[in-house]
Each structure stands twice: as C-alpha cells, then as structure tokens.
Design a binder for this molecule. Structure first.
Ligand code: BGC
Length: 269
C-alpha cells in the first residue's frame, strides 16, 4: 500500500515552523508540491530554510507570504498559487497563535488576534480553496476526491483551558466550521477533516517542555508518556490528504498520546 500525493499542490498555512513545517516536509516527501506560507517578513528566513530542506531532499515547493487573518492577502495568495502552480488540491489550515491571559485581564486585542488567525483565517482559506476545487473539478489522475481540507484544531476543541479562553473558543468553533463544510460540500466530493493535536514539541508551547520539571509536569497529562513531534502530525496529515482515507470526512481525529483520556482521572474520580 503506497501513500502518494504525487502531482498534488498542498497549501500549508504558516509552515515556516512547528507543526506546519512538519506537515510540509511530510507532504513533500509523499510527492506533493508544497506552498510554505509564512505570516510576515520576519518569518521569511525560516520559510526559506524549510523550503531548502525540502528541495535538498528532492521535494518541490514555493514560499508565499500572507497573514491569513486578512481577506485581501488570502485572496492574493490563492491567486498567486493558482497562477504559479496551476491549482490547489489540498489545504492544511494550520496557522494558529496563542495570546494567553485570564479572562478578566484579556484585552480585546488578544481576543481578536487569536480569533482572527485561528478561526477567521481558517474560514478565509477554506473559502478560497473550495472555490478553486469547484472550478477545477475532480482530476482522477491525482485523486478520487475533488479536494481535501485539513483543519488543525487542538485537544482544546474539547478540553476547556483556563487562561486561554480565546484559544479554546477558536478551536471549539473550528469543529463546527469543519463539520459544516464537510456537510455542505460532501456531494461535490470535497473532504473536510480536523486534526486535533495534544502537546507537540514546538515554539508555541516551549514553556511546557523547556525544563525537565516542566516536561515532567506535562507528561503527567499524557498516558503514552512522551511529548509529540511535528512528524507525528505530518504522518496523519498525509494519510488524511490521500485517497487511503477517502471515506473519512467530517471527522476530528485526536492525536495526543492519550491526553483526551483525561489521565488525571487514572487514580480516582
Ligand atoms: C496548544 C499547546 C498545548 C497543547 C496541549 C495545543 O493546542 O497550542 O500550547 O501544549 O494544546 O495542552
């Protein structure tokens, strides 16, 4: 059984680091031409480095700047990708940020920034991708589906998270966005799913793993007793983008070393 994304174009939002970079590398290894999106000029060197690693390994891709919370930038990014690479077959809605604060101290800017990137950004990119899928139609030489969207959600799609009301709200909402799109476009053979990562070792959560003490506290929440790696998410993203998962749509798949089994209940309750 071979997983191939050959000749397919995959846009991975904010793939200049972390989970996004891991997904871009895995998809490129599986034959996709990847679009490495980065949000602003300061992240361009990281995007360049991800692309270099991919091309050094024989993969294909381009880099593309766009702040996904800005409608005109998203429209311009998809127009650029279609003009340079012909179409879009796969969208990975990965861009996500945290601006943590207790609710009583949370500013409207912290709220809007997180909702803007994590939720509005996923809506804007999904809208442009679906328009392109429908314009192009099914190309059986590449996939039996007309297009695939993978939302990167979180275990906080279902686990409430004190001090992170903006982030948890954005992830809960992604579930309804994802399922509604799966319902609305299923008849067009567009598949829409979410990946819900637990603690993956990336810059976004470095305060949870950078010292031994912090890492040990984190591992208490993970029955499988290790922190996740971007490659873990990349492997699942490749499967969800491939025809091997053709009957999966409207699903949230948790990939968290068992975090959502609520480990803290293992000794009582
Ligand atoms: C967050 C991380 C956190 C993990 C588990 C993720 O969605 O971005 O900061 O470590 O959930 O709590």
């Amino acid at each position: 059984m071979e997983i191939s994304l050959k000749n397919q174009v995959a846009v991975i939002t904010d793939s200049s680091s972390g989970i996004g970079a891991g997904i871009a590398k895995s998809m490129a290894e599986s034959g996709a031409t990847v679009v490495i999106n980065y949000p602003n000029e300061s992240s361009q060197p990281k995007a360049d480095a991800v692309l270099k690693e991919i091309t050094d390994n024989g993969g294909k891709g381009i880099i593309c700047q766009c702040d996904v919370s800005k409608e005109e930038e998203v429209i311009a990014m998809f127009a650029q990708v279609v003009s340079e690479l012909g179409t879009v077959d796969i969208l990975v809605n990965n861009a996500g940020i945290q601006k943590d604060a207790k609710l009583t101290e949370m500013t409207i800017d912290q709220w809007n920034a997180v909702i803007g990137v994590n939720l509005t950004g996923q809506f804007l990119c999904a809208r442009e991708a679906i328009k392109e899928f429908l314009r192009r139609g099914i190309d059986p030489s590449k996939s039996v589906a007309c297009g695939k969207i993978i939302h990167i959600s979180s275990v906080h799609e279902i686990i409430p998270w004190s001090g992170h009301a903006n982030y948890a709200s954005s992830k809960g909402a992604i579930r309804m966005l994802m399922q509604t799109l799966a319902q609305e476009y299923g008849a067009h053979k567009i598949r829409v799913n979410s990946i819900c990562p637990g603690a993956i070792q990336t810059p976004i959560n470095k305060n949870a793993w950078q010292t031994e003490e912090e890492l040990n506290a984190l591992l208490k929440l993970i029955p499988y007793n290790r922190i996740g790696q971007p490659q873990d998410i990349g492997n699942l993203a490749v499967f969800l983008a491939s025809d091997l998962s053709d009957y999966i749509t409207g699903a949230s798949i948790f990939i968290d070393g068992g975090m959502t089994t609520f480990e803290s209940f293992s000794t009582g309750g």
